[in-house]
Design a protein around this ligand. Structure first.
Ligand code: ASP
Length: 352
C-alpha cells in the first residue's frame, strides 16, 4: 500500500489543514454575501507555478489574494442563487482569463516564438459532455469557446484557426494577439530566451528529471463546483508553459488529463507540467480511483500528486470536489494559488 495517512482525514480535509486554521490574514476571507442555502461548493486555482513562500512581495501576494477572492465572489453569487455548476465554473474562469496576473487569456505565457497559444476545456459531470479548444491565439475567452464546442458541435476539441473561426461565428470576441501580452510576460520571455541561448541544457532536460525545467514558468486557472442540484462541473484554461514549442499542447484541453467531471465521483482541474498530467491521465485517475477502488477524494488526489507525480519529477497540483461536497487542493510545488467557498463552511484563499 503506497498511501500515507490513509483514512486519517476527517470529512473535510481542507478545513483541517494547519495552514488554513492558523492563517490570520483577513485578506484571505471573502465577505459573507448573506444567508447561504443548499450544499453548493466552489474550488478555484490560479496555477501551481508560484515562487517559494517569502520571495514574493507582500503587495503582489495581496493582489493575487484579492483577485482569487473576487473570483470566488463571482461563483458564489451564481451558485447561491441556484445557478448551475457549469455556469459558475465558466464565469469564474472567464474572470481569471481577463485578469493579467494569471497564465490564461490576458497574461498568458508565450511560446518560444513569443506568441500566446492558449488551451481550455470544460466538462459537465451530469451529462459527461465536454468541450475544448487548443492552440488559439485570438479568442478573448477560450473557456467560453470550449463551452460552445460542447454545446454547439458534435466534437470535443477544436484547434487553432478552426476554433477561432467557430468562436467568431458564435459571436465570441476575437482580439489581436498583442492583447494577451503584458510587460511582465514579455520581460519573462526575454529573460528565458536569453537563458535558452546561453544554456542549451535547459532546453533538452530529459523528461522525468527531478530538476524541473519548467519551474516558475507555469500557471493556469481552473474551477470545479458542485451546485445545489448535485451536479458537478470542471473548467481549466491556460497559456501552457512559457517557452513551449510552437504547436505544443498540454494537459489543459485534454479531457481526462487536465480536466474531468463525473456526477458519480468528482470534478477535477489540474495545473502543472502538462506532459506528466497527460502521461498519467491525472484528472480521470482521481475519478477512477474513487469509482473502481472506492478511495476517497483525498486519498486519490493525494496519492497522485504527492506520490505518483512526485516520484516521476512531475510538478503541479489539482483542485477537486466530490459529489458529497468534500474538497481537496494538493500540490507538490512551492505554491498553488487556490481558494474555496462553500454554502456551509465559509471560504478561504491560500497561496503556500
Ligand atoms: N498544465 C499547463 C500546461 O502544461 C500549465 C500549467 O498548469 O501551468 O499547459
Amino acid at each position: 500500500m503506497v498511501l500515507l495517512g490513509l483514512g486519517a482525514f476527517p470529512q473535510d480535509p481542507v478545513s483541517s489543514h494547519p495552514a488554513i486554521q492558523s492563517s490570520s490574514d483577513p485578506g484571505s476571507h471573502i465577505p459573507d454575501p448573506g444567508s447561504r442555502i443548499g450544499n453548493w461548493v466552489l474550488v478555484i486555482h490560479g496555477g501551481a507555478g508560484g515562487p517559494p513562500a517569502g520571495s514574493m512581495p507582500e503587495e503582489k501576494e495581496n493582489e493575487y489574494k484579492e483577485k482569487l477572492t473576487e473570483a470566488l465572489g463571482i461563483g458564489t453569487e451564481i451558485l447561491q442563487r441556484g445557478g448551475s455548476s457549469m455556469e459558475a465554473v465558466e464565469a469564474v474562469v472567464m474572470f481569471m482569463e481577463d485578469c493579467p496576473l494569471f497564465n490564461a487569456g490576458k497574461g498568458a505565457v508565450y511560446n518560444d516564438e513569443g506568441v500566446a497559444e492558449m488551451d481550455a476545456s470544460i466538462m459537465d459531470g451530469s451529462t459527461l459532455m465536454a468541450g475544448a479548444v487548443t492552440g488559439v491565439q485570438r479568442i478573448k475567452n477560450p473557456i467560453a469557446a470550449a463551452h460552445l464546442v460542447m454545446d454547439k458541435t458534435r466534437h470535443v476539441l477544436l484547434m487553432g484557426e478552426g476554433a477561432e473561426i467557430f468562436a467568431k461565428e458564435q459571436g465570441l470576441e476575437l482580439m489581436d494577439p498583442s492583447y494577451f501580452q503584458t510587460p511582465e510576460r514579455t520581460e519573462q520571455f526575454e529573460r528565458l530566451k536569453k537563458k535558452q541561448m546561453e544554456d542549451r541544457k535547459d532546453v533538452i532536460e530529459p523528461p522525468g528529471s527531478t530538476k524541473d525545467p519548467d519551474q516558475g514558468t507555469k500557471g493556469t486557472v481552473g474551477a470545479v463546483a458542485l451546485d445545489n442540484m448535485g451536479n458537478l462541473a470542471a473548467a481549466t484554461s491556460t497559456g501552457g508553459l512559457m517557452m513551449k514549442m510552437k504547436g505544443r499542447i498540454g494537459d489543459t484541453p485534454v479531457i481526462g488529463a487536465g480536466t474531468y467531471a463525473n456526477n458519480a465521483t468528482c470534478a477535477v482541474s489540474c495545473t502543472g507540467t502538462g506532459e506528466y498530467f497527460m502521461r498519467n491521465v491525472i484528472a480521470f485517475d482521481v475519478s477512477a480511483l474513487m469509482e473502481y477502488r472506492g478511495w476517497s477524494l483525498e486519498e486519490a488526489a493525494s496519492f497522485l500528486i504527492h506520490e505518483k507525480l512526485k516520484s516521476q519529477g512531475g510538478g503541479g497540483g489539482l483542485i477537486a470536489v466530490d459529489k458529497e461536497g468534500n474538497i481537496t487542493m494538493p500540490f507538490n510545488t512551492n505554491a498553488m494559488f487556490r481558494g474555496y467557498a462553500k454554502a456551509q463552511g465559509g471560504s478561504r484563499v491560500e497561496i503556500y
